[in-house]
Design a protein around this ligand. Structure first.
Ligand code: C5P
Length: 229
């Protein structure tokens, strides 16, 4: 692992704004961006395509090890294209169903271990903004700054609702809120890398902030950390 390359770790639950904030900051800084949730989502999608049962932990771990996944950044700064065995996954990666599948496979320790090396390999100069649940606590414990974004489940459901409607998905707000609560409970309750802030993370409640407010706060914190002395 290239431990000299700075990492900005942004963790938090679904809908906390970490993906959007992370992408904007990565573009502003000229750093790479890791959407670690996409790895777990891609594995969920791959398992369904290959008809692997979500109870079959050894096969899921093997699938995670052999999964050929690449991120292709977009020039407009939008979410990178995710290629699974050379083919773009596209919309199926972003549905609530793929989020649910991701949180099931993500609870398997061998799967997390298998995806660790892939995440470390994306730490490349001049820097990496890494978004997920355990970027600061487990994957990049030496991150220069660890931020944990959070917001109430209602605010997060509303944000996800807007995002999914804009992408043309058919969604139901009360059901989305139930799914978010269910996913939070599964992510927070698992044995390995449960969803919780790293001990040295800066916790930011984004319920009352818009995206640009969060971007400026996190950028300001990063600049403080980078200041010599
Ligand atoms: O961030 P996103 O909603 O795409 O993540 C989907 C799921 O993947 C999460 O609910 C979580 O279970 C899992 N995940 C994880 N660790 C990460 C990123 C995502 O367990 N670092």
């Amino acid at each position: 692992m290239n431990s000299k390359v700075p990492v900005l770790a942004i963790d938090g639950p679904s809908g906390s704004g970490k993906g959007t904030v992370g992408q904007i900051l990565a573009q502003r800084l000229g750093w790479h961006f890791l959407d670690s949730g996409a790895l777990y989502r891609a594995l969920g999608v791959a398992a369904i395509r290959e008809r692997v049962s979500l109870d079959d932990k050894p096969t899921l771990a093997r699938l995670a090890t052999s999964m050929d996944i690449h991120f292709v950044p977009r020039t407009d700064g939008g979410a990178a294209a995710v290629l699974l065995h050379g083919e773009e996954i596209g919309d199926p990666l972003r549905t609530e169903e793929s989020g649910r599948l991701a949180s099931i496979v993500a609870a398997i320790p061998e799967v997390r271990q298998a995806l660790l090396q892939k995440q470390h390999s994306l730490r490349q100069p001049p820097g990496l903004v890494a978004d997920g649940r355990d970027m600061g606590s487990t994957v990049f414990p030496d991150a220069i700054l660890k931020v944990y974004l959070t917001a109430s489940p209602e605010v997060r459901a509303q944000r996800r609702y807007k995002q999914l409607i804009e992408k043309g998905f058919d969604v139901n707000l009360p059901r989305l809120l139930d799914e978010i609560r269910e996913r939070d409970a599964r992510d927070a309750g698992r044995v390995v890398s449960p969803l919780k802030p790293a001990e040295d993370a800066c916790i930011l409640d984004t319920s009352q902030l818009d995206i640009s407010g969060v971007v400026e706060r996190v950028h300001g914190l990063l600049q403080e950390r980078q200041r010599p002395g």
